[in-house]
Design a protein around this ligand. Sequence first.
Ligand SMILES: NC(=O)c1ccc[n+]([C@@H]2O[C@H](COP(=O)([O-])OP(=O)(O)OC[C@H]3O[C@@H](n4cnc5c(N)ncnc54)[C@H](O)[C@@H]3O)[C@@H](O)[C@H]2O)c1
Length: 315
Amino acid sequence: MNILLTGGAGFIGRWVAKRLIEDGHKLWILDDLSNGSQANIEEFTDHPNLQQFIFGDIKDEALLEKLFQLTKFDICYHLGASINVQDSIDDPRTTFNNDAVGTFFIMEQCRKHQVKVVFMSTCMVYDRCTDETGITEEHPTKPASPYAGAKIAAENMVLSYFYAYGLPVVVIRPFNTYGPHQKTGGEGGVVAVFIKNKLTGNDVSIYGDGTQTRDLLFVEDCARFVVEAGYSNKVDGHIVNAGLGRDVTINELAQIIVGDESRIKHVEHIHPQSEIPKLLCNSSKAKSLLGWDPRVSLEEGIKRTESWIQTSYLL
Ligand SMILES: NC(=O)c1ccc[n+]([C@@H]2O[C@H](COP(=O)([O-])OP(=O)(O)OC[C@H]3O[C@@H](n4cnc5c(N)ncnc54)[C@H](O)[C@@H]3O)[C@@H](O)[C@H]2O)c1
């Protein structure tokens, strides 16, 4: 197939690109490199299936118009977005423009050219989990941050194209994802930041009391889920979750990664009002519609992430 991947130079996008290329598709990657990097996709630049890397913005309608005219795409995997909760609180306009308005521009092209859309939403749209069966797709949403608000707005627009135009679309909500190629600085994911601090001999800082939980999904499991959602028409018109099905408190996570209690510090939360106290995924819909199951345990995923950080950053 001819496939367009937005945000393909980012952390998860890089792994989605890898799968799509390995599966034999022709791939076009569109990314403005606002948070991604060409180093993430360097490995594929000479691969014959990578047709083109387009350095550009999903908000550039003229660019999209040209791109969709030049190639008849079969699927658009739309991952390009502003992803940081705190940034969305500081500057909601940028997040809304990228995540909601940018998604609308992508939808318009996909409608005109009849292209299936896989829209990458997030577990951050959910209200807190209240039991141990986990969050299903029927669980209430809550726009606790402008990031979540923009994603919910975009999800609704994406689904409206299914109802109003019969366009094949799927909204996917992966839970917090970690693994090789995630940024390890302050703006990175919690697993990457904790591992980097452990390896550099720095203390690990936990926002608030650390009792908030996360369901952590290894990036290769996440990418397999994203890719499969595009291949199957059983999920068209649906919202589908993916997660590990196990949640850990941030305190437990710090223990698993760092061990040494004296190196774990608690600091004041930067956005307690937008924190989600418990996130635990119920992926039974992904299992029944896509046959998808996570394969990498938290301990194994942390081990693989740690050895990548060690070789990429520290040697
Ligand atoms: N990391 C997670 O835990 C997680 C979990 C669930 C969903 N998601 C979603 O998955 C997607 C990818 O997230 P990620 O963690 O890989 O983040 P990322 O920042 O590494 O990837 C996003 C990519 O989109 C690009 N981008 C941003 N705005 C753009 C624009 N206007 N035009 C073109 N490209 C643009 C960035 O440069 C970056 O390469 C996002 O949609 C995010 O909301 C992430």
